[in-house]
Design a protein around this ligand. Structure first.
Ligand SMILES: [Zn+2]
Length: 241
């Protein structure tokens, strides 16, 4: 008899606890509602910026249109309003038979300097060439020529960035292994005796822009070449156009 009373008491307590906490089903509904609300917000953000987003299947022939995509993308990045990334599978499907990048971006290998991220672009949007110090060496120029001649990208952007270690090494000097020394010497040739690192970063970009403008393929394909500077603290890209 005592056991029966205990069992009834436990049942009552469990029932009371369930009522106080709400049923598991109700909790799931609340979570789903929150998730739906988040999805709706993302959808609104996509709608707001839809006209700024490049269609990976479309060829862009106008350099100013290409530049605007990059400017709009950097604005989204700085404002934390990146486009919806849920289209990766669809993008891969569109791109499986070919690519039509609207811009060629030459920038530094620095891990804080990732153009697909700070330009808020997707697969197939930009053709990226990276090396320490964003120099226009023979492989960088060859890669640029390929994208200009065969993929018809109308715009080349050379992006230097704040706190660039390669340019700092060229300003400060020192002893380097052979391959790295080749990069440092290339930058040195661009910046001369400049002692201010940030000025040297801009001068190096200007020099690389000039070199690409004089490239035979860049001239024959009539690509527009523009220098830019990425601030690793603010996320903002400033332009020399
Ligand atoms: Zn760098």
């Amino acid at each position: 008899m005592r056991r029966k009373i205990l069992a009834i008491a436990i049942s009552v307590m469990l029932l009371a606890a369930l009522v106080a906490c709400g049923s598991p089903g109700a909790q799931t509904d609340t979570q789903t509602s929150t998730q739906n609300s988040g999805t709706a917000d993302t959808g609104q953000a996509v709608a707001d910026f839809q006209t700024d987003v490049h269609n990976p299947a479309a060829e862009v022939t106008d350099a100013s249109e290409a530049l605007q995509y990059l400017k709009d993308g950097n604005r989204r990045y700085v404002e934390d309003k990146g486009i919806n990334r849920d289209t990766n599978a669809a993008d891969r499907d569109v791109l499986k038979d070919g690519q039509k990048p609207f811009a060629i971006v030459l920038t530094c290998s620095d891990s804080r300097d990732s153009p697909e991220i700070y330009f808020d672009q997707k697969l197939g949007d930009i053709f990226v060439i990276r090396n320490a110090g964003n120099i226009a060496d023979i492989t960088a120029l060859g890669s640029m020529e390929y994208a200009a001649e065969h993929l018809h990208a109308p715009l080349v952007v050379v992006v230097g960035h704040s706190s660039c270690g390669a340019v700092t090494a060229a300003v400060q000097g020192g002893t380097f292994p052979e391959a790295l020394e080749s990069i440092v010497n290339t930058i040195k040739a661009s910046i001369g005796n400049e002692t201010d690192v940030d000025t040297a970063i801009h001068t190096n970009v200007d020099s690389v822009v000039s070199k690409i403008k004089n490239d035979e393929i860049a001239k024959s394909q009539k690509v527009t070449v523009i220098g830019a500077y990425y601030n690793i603290v603010t996320g903002e890209v400033t332009w020399n156009d």
